[in-house]
Design a protein around this ligand. Structure first.
Ligand code: GDP
Ligand code: MG
Length: 789
């Protein structure tokens, strides 16, 4: 029995049992979160299925419009739903097709360069296409927020040179998140010649929402229907030609990751550009007479603004209103827009944001109803291959242990597998040092090469294998789709420290390198959340610190090396958690953080991707060696080599050098932590980049060894290093205290630059003092307690 559409009861989504499918009636509240829910497809009449609870019971995974989304109970409570047998259609659902507007040709940049930009949802394959077309090796990943900046590349077609820009993934152009802001501002300020809008062909309903917004920007557009391989496999049929006509945009099938269809997409793009040189006919969503009249009237009052912005003015969007402020008739426009808004809201009996989202989704659904024939025998999500794996990985009891074991395996493998190639490199360097040492005459130049360059750079170079292995694992985790599940699993825990599970991803990247991790926080929509995450990322032990740990652990701990290493990572996490709690309860206080997080489908990670990623990290590491670490090694060597005095032992020489004087000056500061002056100098120079801690030790301790030991590995030199009174410099306590300090103190210059760019100078300065203060305190407490016991 169908209930009359005016008398049905609604209830909140959060109490629905797993497995149940219901339909959305309304999303309560206002602001960014509500807007995001609407854009992700929580519009009137949409079907939602409750998939499962996270292991800690919150959040919950829902499926809507073919995508999987994680919502907390408190967030789901804002969605009003009803049973699926109730008819709740209303006038927004009518398909009105498109309206055409003609814009006379403008050459946007009036120059020879053609600029084409890639716009699409996160994870739809933009970077895959970008790499394929430009030959670049940018990182692809299987979750949102991998590309957080624009990347530019070039290609040639029809004898013209074209710049291709890979923009961050975005669900919409509403300027709520920094990514949306970035894309919107980019499109407005750079006037690209054409947009390639990449959509996931298997998820058109959701993906085409963004398309409807782009259409209103009046820039020539081609829609690339990506993941066409999956589409074909699913057995769904799509009438591409008919859809192009209905939506009024060129549509071209594409399989970005193997390159099928790339030529067609580029050809269609060139056609679009060539046509637009005279005049362009743009197709826009037809919103019905009332709204179209409003748009026409208001558009005439703001001739310089595109249809998208005019629509946003009616919506009372602050960013759009700012654009009006420059006009003489600004007040008139605003008054008229308010009148229109009230009129429309009265007419549709809803609020303006829902009305426009409903209309856009109505348009998309209307078109898809005509052109998409789903395969009646299509495997449901429950029988898809990833599903049984997912059941295991997010199992209530097993999920957290699996996560921990995976992380432990990653670190253990880094340590043990890396040891073999490390030894080869170590031997090679020792051989090179000996060979040059014997072949060259005594003198400054020989000392510079052997002690400064080979000692310093070589000490860090040996860790290349470990770095590569670590990044290989991180890349596998990212590419498979597991990262997003990890965020889903730990959300409840992250909530405890005032953050969202989504922060987990930047943190995990932070184990590789803090700079991309800090950039990746752009996917967090709430500024305070972003700040807390940025300020705590440096406590995630990055790979640059690994050489120091590996050296010290190997030298002073014989048993449980993996455990010792892991304990450092865990202490970093603990300090980050305490910091996050304190920050989010005090200076960065905020009520709650709400995000709609998408859980991408599981994909088989490709060896190619992982290798590309590993290689590009390896290249970066080598570049760092050839530049900053080389320069620092030479400076450190020189500071330790001069001034020269005749007849000194190497020991006395280095003590009386500039470096020795510097070290002696700061010794009182680090002595309570168990450090000697060499260690003090090492952390000082390590501020530039943490690898330099090891290269500095390499330089400092080379000078101390006597001639016969010249080529002994640094590890042995540390083991045998003695104080003037004959005691060993290092023991386990000193080594651990030193590692704690390296873990926690001063993020490197590159990370600080990233913090400054994302959070501002004030927070950067805070971070310098805070991290160094914490490092000192923790090492102090550890060292003093350990000595008492
Ligand atoms: P972006 O976030 O839009 O830049 O997307 P990426 O290029 O990083 O790709 C996201 C994921 O989709 C990666 O795991 C890719 O390997 C995968 N992918 C990209 N294009 C295709 C395609 O045409 N077919 C299939 N099956 N997978 C693809
Ligand atoms: Mg990308």
């Amino acid at each position: 029995m169908k209930t009359n559409k005016n008398d049905f009861t609604t209830r909140p989504l959060d109490n629905e049992p797993v497995g149940k499918t219901v339909q959305v009636v309304h999303v309560k509240g206002d602001g960014a979160f509500r807007q995001r829910l609407l854009e992700m497809g929580f519009v009137r009449g949409a079907r939602v299925t409750v998939m499962k609870n996270a292991p800690l019971q919150d959040p919950v995974e829902y499926m809507i419009m073919g995508s999987h989304i994680s919502l907390r109970h408190s967030e789901a409570a804002q969605v009003e739903i009803t049973d699926t047998d109730v008819d709740i259609t209303n006038k927004e659902d009518v398909f009105n097709g498109t309206v055409e507007t003609t814009v006379t040709g403008v050459d946007p940049m009036a120059d020879d360069v053609l600029r084409v930009v890639l716009v699409g949802n996160p994870n739809c394959g933009k970077t895959s296409l970008f790499n394929n077309v430009t030959g670049a090796t940018e990182k692809v990943g299987n979750y949102g927020g991998v590309t957080v900046d624009s990347k530019e590349g070039w290609f040639n077609i029809d004898g013209r040179r074209v710049q291709l820009v890979d923009l961050p993934g975005t669900y919409s152009l509403t300027e709520y998140s920094p990514e949306e802001m970035y894309v919107r501002t980019y499109l407005r300020d750079n006037h690209p010649d054409a947009i390639i809008n990449i959509v996931d062909a298997g998820n058109l309903e959701r993906n085409l929402y963004l398309t409807t917004q782009i259409m209103d920007m009046n820039i020539p557009m081609v829609v690339a229907l990506n993941m066409w391989d999956e589409m074909e496999k699913s057995g769904d049929r799509l009438d591409v030609e008919m859809m192009s006509r209905l939506i009024g945009a060129r549509m071209v099938p594409l399989t970005a990751h193997n390159g099928r269809g790339v030529k067609d997409v580029l050809a269609a793009t060139m056609d679009a550009i060539n046509e637009s040189e005279n005049e362009t006919r743009h197709h826009n969503v037809n919103y019905g007479t009332l709204i179209e009249d409003c748009l026409k009237e208001l558009g005439a009052m703001c001739p310089s603004l595109d249809r998208y912005t005019v629509l946003k003015i009616i919506e009372n969007d602050q960013h759009a209103l700012e654009l009006v402020n420059g006009q003489d008739n600004a007040e008139q426009v605003k008054t008229r827009a308010t009148e229109m808004r009230q009129r429309i809201e009265r007419d549709y009996n809803s609020d303006i944001v829902s009305i426009f989202t409903d209309l856009k989704y109505g348009f998309v659904r209307g078109a898809l109803a005509e052109v998409l024939t789903p395969n009646p025998e299509r495997a449901s999500d429950v029988t898809k291959p990833g599903y049984s794996l997912d059941r295991l990985l997010t199992n209530r009891w097993l999920a957290l242990p699996i996560l921990l074991v995976l992380m432990w395996l990653m670190f253990e493998a880094t340590f043990t597998l890396g040891a073999y190639p490390q030894e080869w490199i170590e031997n090679g360097i020792a051989w090179l040092g000996d060979w040059i040492g014997n072949a060259m005459p005594d003198g400054i130049l020989r000392d510079l090469i052997v002690d400064g360059i080979i000692g310093g750079v070589g000490g860090v170079l040996v860790f290349l294998p470990q770095i590569l292995i670590l990044f290989f694992f991180i890349s596998l985790l990212e590419d498979s789709g597991y990262m997003a599940r990890a965020a889903f699993i730990v959300d409840r825990i992250m909530h405890r420290v005032g953050l969202h599970g989504k922060s987990f991803i930047p943190y995990l990247i932070g184990f590789g390198c803090g700079v991309p991790a800090i950039m990746a926080t752009r996917t967090l929509e709430n500024r305070r959340d972003r700040l807390v995450t940025i300020l705590t990322i440096p406590f995630m032990s990055c790979s640059a610190r690994l050489p120091a740990y590996l050296l010290l652990v190997a030298a002073f701990f014989t048993a449980n090396q993996g455990m010792i290493l892991m304990s450092l990572y865990l202490i970093g996490i603990l300090i980050a958690a305490i910091t996050a709690i304190v920050l989010s309860k005090t200076v960065l206080k905020h009520d709650k953080t709400q995000f709609v997080m998408e859980l991408p489908p599981y994909r088989k990670p490709t060896a190619r991707n992982a290798t590309i990623h590993m290689w590009s990290k390896g290249k970066q590491y080598l570049q760092k060696m050839a530049t900053i670490i080389l320069a620092a090694s030479i400076v450190v060597w020189a500071l330790g080599y001069f001034p020269r005095h005749e007849g000194q032992t190497p020991q006395e020489q280095i003590e009386n050098s500039y470096m020795g004087q510097m070290g002696k000056a700061i010794e009182p500061l680090v002595a309570p932590l168990g450090f000697n002056w060499q260690m003090g100098v090492s952390v000082l120079t390590g501020a530039a980049a943490k690898e330099i801690v090891v290269s500095t030790m390499g330089v400092l301790y080379t000078g101390e060894a006597d001639a016969t030991e010249e080529s002994a590995p640094l590890k042995e030199k540390l083991q045998t290093a003695t104080k003037p009174n004959g005691e060993h410099v290092f023991d386990q306590t000193v080594a651990y205290s030193f590692m704690l300090f390296i873990l926690l103190y001063f993020p490197c210059i590159a990370a600080l630059t990233a913090i400054r760019r994302e959070a501002g100078t004030k927070w950067m300065i805070f971070e310098i003092f805070y991290t160094t203060g914490v490092a000192w305190l923790v090492s102090f407490i550890f060292y003093q307690l350990a000595r008492l016991l």
